[in-house]
Ligand binder design. Structure first.
Ligand code: UDX
Length: 475
């Protein structure tokens, strides 16, 4: 209760039901709760079940007053894969089933809902907020640089840039303001290569420029000084913009500075983390290990896996590799592994199905990160000053990898390559030949991120502004 005796604002938060977006949005929810807001965090049943099974989330969230973790159906059969490739089916089902359930849930909620925070790709949440008459903030958990490219899709189509004519992926893209001379065709989101404008992803993402300004404000898990130039273009369409990232680091610093009891791990993993990799890292020399993970949605073929494996083994570098249970096409990847790869892995590698990634990236033994350039992974690596080799798979990852390699200089862009020689060379460059260059730049960028979160920093200020704006809605 605040001093007038009124209840604190009650925010209902509804993330995009995938590991990446849930991870960052749950960190936002915890940050808002630490500031005294009451939170209802609404997951889909599929994600909720896995989160509760594989983490101590229930006991962790009990320490937050007025925090409720609830779930709602996405309308899909239990055995639906809910993969990135079948996202459109998920979205159609959520529009048909989850939308009415969400409205019902809010109207029946014991606590009046002050406002909603929802993922901006779920436009039906804005419809529900408007029907009920409560404000909504959109959040988007991808990078601002990719979001701006998505805003420009209608313009790219109008200018005839999409669909691509011919197969030259190095042809420059000149009609994205602020990115002239930077983007090539290959750096656009992978769905732009489809050649078919009726591609559902193009149809969906090109609505961002109309959809996002519908909300009261737009929350981005990014840093003003990191993506500044692009943010000014986005602000022209969404003036009420809150850049409050990196959320995972903001939460860690707020928890370390508070008396709020919290568990050692604030994991939000929907797979069981194999913590034995931390023990293995403890016995490795400083900055000697490259960490390999392609996030929660990317899938690779067994041939691609062997090429990566051969390249890393031939580089002579120690490696910690996350091979997510469902990430190799065809499933059974452990049969018929070449003997030399098995022997080398026994000697200087370690493989797990899912790792405590934030802890891994913070570990002294880690010297590099072979990543798919998902936005959470990119921010986590930047925060821990770990240089990256980027091998994007889809969505925002192609744009992110171009910025990591060419703009922020935080690593190497290995886009569209997957041969053992390229992998070997890039690992050697990152971990040896160019190590000092990357250490210098990653230290600078890590410091920039740290400053943004401290008092007087942009992320600190914008998070505080968001909280105050929500409190004003409750007045
Ligand atoms: C998805 C999209 O793919 C990504 O492009 C977009 O930016 C966010 O939504 P995902 O593919 O899962 O995300 O990648 P990423 O954004 O990096 O999020 C993965 C999360 O899982 C990270 O927070 C990472 O710390 C965590 N993780 C990953 C683990 O905890 N353990 C692992 O073994 C691997």
């Amino acid at each position: 209760m605040d001093d007038q005796g009124a209840l604190p604002p009650h925010v209902l938060i509804f993330p995009l039901p995938f590991q990446g977006p849930v991870n960052s949005t749950l960190k936002l929810a915890e940050l808002l709760s630490l500031s005294g807001l009451h939170i209802t965090f609404l997951l889909t049943d599929f994600i909720h079940t896995r989160l509760v099974r594989h983490t101590n989330i229930n006991s962790r969230l009990e320490t937050y007053p007025g925090f409720r973790l609830e779930s709602i159906s996405d309308g899909l059969p239990e055995d639906h894969p809910r993969s990135g490739e079948r996202f459109m089916e998920m979205l159609d089902s959520m529009r048909a089933v989850t939308k009415p359930l969400l409205k019902e849930y809010i109207l029946a909620s014991g606590r009046p809902v002050t406002c909603i925070i929802a993922d901006g790709i779920l436009g039906f949440t804005c419809d529900v907020a408007n029907e009920i008459g409560i404000p909504i903030f959109y959040c988007r958990t991808l990078s601002a640089c990719c979001l701006w490219v998505l805003f420009c899709l209608p313009k790219l189509i109008e200018a005839g840039v999409l669909p691509f004519k011919g197969d030259d992926l190095d042809a420059p893209i000149t009609s994205v303001p602020g990115m002239e001379g930077l983007l090539r065709r290959r750096d656009l989101p992978a769905f732009c290569r489809s050649g078919d404008l009726s591609n559902p992803n193009i149809q969906l993402f090109k609505t961002e420029i109309q959809e996002l300004p519908r909300a009261h404000g737009l929350i981005l898990n990014t840093i003003e000084d990191l993506e500044g130039p692009v943010l000014s273009y986005i602000r022209a369409h969404c003036p009420n913009l809150y850049t409050i990232g990196p959320l995972h680091a903001q939460l860690k610093s707020k928890l370390s500075g508070t008396t709020t009891p919290s568990s050692t791990s604030s994991s939000n993993s929907i797979w069981k983390e194999d913590r034995s990799c931390i023990t293995w890292l403890d016995s490795q020399p400083s900055k000697s290990v490259i960490y390999i993970s392609f996030g929660s949605l990317a899938v690779i073929t067994k041939d691609q896996q062997i090429e990566f494996w051969r390249g890393v083994v031939c580089s002579g570098t120690r490696f910690l590799w996350v091979i997510r249970p469902d990430s190799i096409v065809g499933g059974d990847w452990e049969s018929n592994i070449p003997t030399e790869l098995s022997l080398a892995t026994k000697e200087r590698g370690y493989i797990v199905g899912w790792a405590p990634q934030e802890e891994v990236l913070a570990h002294a033994a880690i010297g590099g990160f072979l990543t798919h350039s998902g936005w959470n992974s990119t921010l986590e690596s930047l925060m821990e000053r770990v240089p990256m080799i980027c091998w994007p798979y889809f969505l925002d990852q192609h744009v992110n990898s171009r910025f990591v390699g060419e703009v922020w200089k935080l690593g190497l862009d290995m886009k569209d390559k997957c041969d053992r020689d390229t992998v070997e060379k890039m690992v050697k460059d990152l971990m040896e030949a160019r190590k000092d260059d990357f250490i210098r730049v990653t230290n600078e960028m890590g410091e920039l991120a740290r400053k943004s979160m401290g008092e007087g920093g942009s992320s600190y200020y914008n998070l505080d502004r968001l909280i105050k704006d929500i409190e004003l809605m409750n007045a």
